[in-house]
Write a new protein. Structure first.
Length: 354
């Protein structure tokens, strides 16, 4: 009898193990099937935006900064095509563009030989013309070089249409418009961190780091999307006060938004970059499975940059960029080798590192 019980218990244990294995095998295989062989990484580091610009010939060019500045033709859909270009001396943290110029917000540091610490030395704004020939400093005494507490942020509308591109610098709670070599002019005040061009010709400012409209190169915007904590909101009159909620909550705090179309081009879909990964959602807030997005631009990373090159096209037929940024020391298993710019090309059909 003991032998029978022993055999029965052994068989039961094996069956339970087999059941447990089969029940978890499907999600494991699902994630394995989503994995892709990584390209050779060429654009690493912290990236806070993918900036649109138009050169003197009318060609659309994209710019990014990770301390240095890189650019590529907007229509280029091949890996490894970003080219390093001249930049001001120092660490380029933010870029912005208006219809005539490209702007860079640059930090320089000093190494204290006494204790080996690195200290902030200067913070400056530079501009260059469309062809990135020569950088010129924009003279201002408004930015304190040694202050770590002063809020300074470069932002721009990043409109698909060149004429609607405007750039601004926030210094503490005052936002100034940039206009090449001209002196800074005060635009508005408040705790604003992003901006969007609106169809009445004005620029609307938002507290969220993530905001965009459904404007395309050939049509004005009808909706602005912006974040509020981990909620995505939509406004059809261009104000934060009158809104509808697109989602009741995405993965984390909304840091970036890119708008494009669904597969039938009948409605907007949004790529949302957050403090805990990226997601593609539809106009009702429902998440759309998008190739291997959530296993690459994953919840291990912050996502400060999102851009759909062709907002009039469906997400499957688009060229799309997003960034991964490791928060802190990467103790949550995030890999610094995955920190940088990621892309989706329709010919490849997968997200991969740039």
């Amino acid at each position: 009898m003991r032998t029978f019980n022993k055999i029965f218990n052994t068989i039961s244990a094996c069956m339970l193990f087999a059941f447990a294995f089969s029940s978890c095998q499907e999600p494991i295989l699902y994630n394995i099937n989503k994995e892709v062989k990584l390209e050779e990484a060429t654009i690493l580091g912290d990236i806070y935006g993918v900036i649109r610009s138009t050169d003197s010939t009318g060609k659309e060019v994209l710019y990014i900064a990770n301390g240095n500045i890189y650019c590529k033709d907007a229509d280029n859909k091949s890996h490894g095509s970003w080219k390093k270009v001249d930049s001001p001396a120092g660490h380029v943290q933010f870029l912005g563009a208006d219809s005539s110029n490209l702007y860079a917000f640059v930090w320089t540091f000093d190494n204290d030989s006494g204790n080996g610490e690195t200290h902030l030395n200067t913070r400056k704004i530079y501009y260059t013309n469309k062809d990135n020939i020569n950088w010129h400093e924009i003279s201002t005494t408004l930015i304190g070089n040694s202050s770590h507490t002063q809020k300074v942020r470069l932002m721009c509308t990043n409109s698909p249409k060149n004429a609607n591109r405007h750039a601004f610098i926030r210094i503490d709670n005052t936002i100034y418009k940039l206009n090449g070599a001209s002196a800074l002019t005060q635009e508005t005040t408040g705790n604003k961190n992003s901006c969007v061009w609106w169809k009445d010709g004005t620029v609307r400012f938002f507290e969220s780091y993530g905001s965009c409209s459904n404007e395309t190169k050939d049509s004005p915007p009808s909706i602005i999307y912006f974040g509020k904590g981990n909620v995505v909101r939509a406004t059809s009159d261009g104000t934060e006060a009158n809104y509808t909620s697109v989602s009741s909550g995405v993965r984390g705090q909304v840091l970036s938004i890119a708008a494009m179309k669904n597969e039938n081009k009948t409605a907007d879909v949004l790529l949302i970059g957050t403090s805990a990964g990226a997601a593609l959602i539809d106009a009702s807030g429902g998440e759309i499975e998008f190739s291997n997005l959530t296993s690459t631009v994953s919840n291990l990373y912050e996502n400060h940059a999102a851009l759909a090159v062709y907002p009039e096209e469906s997400y499957k037929d688009n060229t799309i960029y997003a960034s991964n940024q490791v928060y802190g020391t990467g103790s949550n298993s995030a890999q610094f080798s995955h920190e940088g710019l990621w892309s989706y090309y329709p010919e490849r059909g997968k997200w991969n590192i740039e």
